[in-house]
Design a protein around this ligand. Structure first.
Ligand SMILES: [Fe+2]
Length: 502
């Protein structure tokens, strides 16, 4: 096609001075750049009925820059409905997070950024309809650069989803396992802000991931590998020294914020925090309560000599009422939100497997890094899910590199107790599967597990209407073949008013 850049060039020459606010700009003072400052692409997120967040991150510049942006109702930008400037501060690595409000509900929008004569690719996003009759969500986690191509994102783009829920392990900080790798990180495990920025930037050079961000809004929250494996709050999962871990965590969290389409207010550097638990509403149809199970978590139970998640046996600490996955404030926030729920579907999106999982080692054995390591905390969430205002609760998760469809029981100690929610756990988007020694035969030991697959990577597609959620587990045919298609591995439905899977 005739390059958009060529078509736009005349208009841009006129507009360039407007977009380059004098004095703010250092190295970008010339409107002609030798490289593409928008090589990391564009993204949108935080969808609302009146707006969203638009993101890009300028590369190759050393000073503060101010970008131009345009938002149009058509992809040729004939009807530009909003334009202006957004800062890309060097202190944020050149990231721009633009929060847009005041738009009409239920409409698609197209956007792009400018710097000098450079124009970003065009992104597409949408505002949420005032009272939608249907909603299509993709649930994804665990994308290991080395272990597989990200071809599942191509399928996701074709499915025309309303939003992607990325519940963590967006990047991996390390190599692990044995098996075929399709590419290499090429750098040591990240420790500093510069290292983590480079790791995120590497990810955005993946054409399928970059295209997915340009095509659909992402709702994101991190898990452990965005920092280091199996950390819990202030406890490193790998780094033993507390101060060294907190330095690593701060660098990793800043780089995560810089690369994600989060609200500018999500980053709280003075508190050393990222505000990631938040809600998204699709009218009366559905609310997504996005949780953060990593940042406020108390120490893993019964760690012994080994750091990080492990099988713990006869460990009383798994029932410690002071232990927490969410922290007291987030727990109260979740409970208050569910107590005043008005949506037909309450979708609680979080990072890992929520339901009890009896392991081959016996009923006194638990994997300490999942909700099984925090039983009292899980019981408090179960009490919140059982609020009379909650009509249909669905817990969404990832992390365990395998697909699960579970019945969430009021009391996991009693297999005949009431089903209070349905659970959908997506497999890894691109990684090797979960440990067979823990997961094989899971259904025979756990009657509340209604479906389990530990042989495929992929993602979960949820088609939500008032009467039902159709869950389609989509598997990639091969992680080592870049053109591999996705196929439907399993389809199940959740009927409104009848929690769980048959
Ligand atoms: Fe993972």
């Amino acid at each position: 096609m005739i390059g958009r850049r060529d078509l736009l060039h005349g208009a841009m020459a006129l507009a360039a001075n407007r977009f380059l606010a004098a004095g703010q700009v250092t190295s970008a003072a010339s409107p002609r750049l030798a490289h593409d400052p928008f090589a990391l692409g564009v993204a949108s997120g935080e969808p609302a009925s009146d707006g969203f967040v638009l993101w890009t991150k300028v590369v190759g510049l050393t000073g503060n820059v101010r970008l131009g942006y345009e938002i149009a109702s058509d992809e040729n930008f004939r009807a530009i409905i909003r334009s202006g400037h957004v800062d890309a501060p060097v202190g944020r690595g050149g990231a721009a997070h633009l929060e847009v409000r005041g738009l009409p509900p239920g409409r698609p929008f197209f956007y792009r950024f400018h710097l000098g004569d450079a124009v970003s690719r065009v992104g597409r996003t949408a505002t949420i309809a005032a009272d939608p009759a249907r909603l299509r969500l993709a649930l994804t986690s665990c994308q290991h650069w080395e272990q597989g191509w990200f071809s599942a994102y191509r399928d996701m783009v074709e499915q025309d989803v309303d939003a992607v829920l990325q519940v963590g392990d967006y990047i991996y900080e390390k190599s692990f396992g044995s098996g075929p790798n399709v590419r290499a990180f090429g750098t040591p495990d990240p420790l500093t802000l510069g290292d983590y920025r480079a790791r995120h930037a590497l990810y955005r050079t993946d054409p399928d991931l970059a295209a997915a961000h340009a095509a659909m809004p992402f709702i994101v929250a991190f898990d452990d590998h965005e920092v280091e494996n199996d950390y819990a709050g202030v406890d490193g999962g790998i780094t033993a020294d507390p101060a060294a871990f907190l330095r690593r965590r701060a660098a990793a969290w800043q780089a995560y914020f810089e690369h994600m389409p989060l609200r500018p207010s999500a980053w709280l550097p003075a508190d050393g925090a990222l505000q990631l638990y938040r809600r998204f509403r699709w009218g009366r149809l559905a609310t997504v309560h996005m949780l953060d199970t990593r940042q406020y978590r108390s120490s893993l139970p019964c760690p012994g000599e080994k750091r990080g998640g492990q099988v713990v046996r006869a460990c009383d600490a798994v029932a410690d009422s002071r232990a927490t996955m969410l922290g007291a404030r987030q727990e109260a926030w979740l409970d208050a939100g569910l107590a005043r729920e008005r949506s037909i579907w309450s979708l609680v999106a979080q990072q890992t497997l929520f339901s009890r999982l009896i392991l081959p080692q016996g009923p006194d054995a638990r994997w300490s890094d999942m909700w099984d390591g925090y039983e009292a905390a899980r019981n408090r969430v179960l009490t919140s899910l059982a609020r009379p205002t909650v009509r249909n609760a669905v817990v969404l998760g990832g992390d365990v590199h395998s697909f699960w469809l579970n019945n969430v029981l009021a009391d996991f100690g009693d297999p005949r107790s009431k089903i209070v929610a349905s659970e959908v756990v997506t497999s890894c988007l691109a990684s090797r599967n979960g440990p067979a020694a823990l997961f094989d035969g899971a259904q025979s030991r756990n009657p509340h597990v209604r479906y389990h697959d530990n042989r495929h990577a992929g993602y979960a597609l949820l088609d939500i209407v008032p009467q039902r959620i159709d869950v389609d587990l989509l598997a990639v045919a091969s992680l080592v073949e870049p053109a591999a298609p996705s196929f439907s591995l399993e389809r199940r439905s959740i009927e409104a008013g009848r929690p769980g899977f048959a």
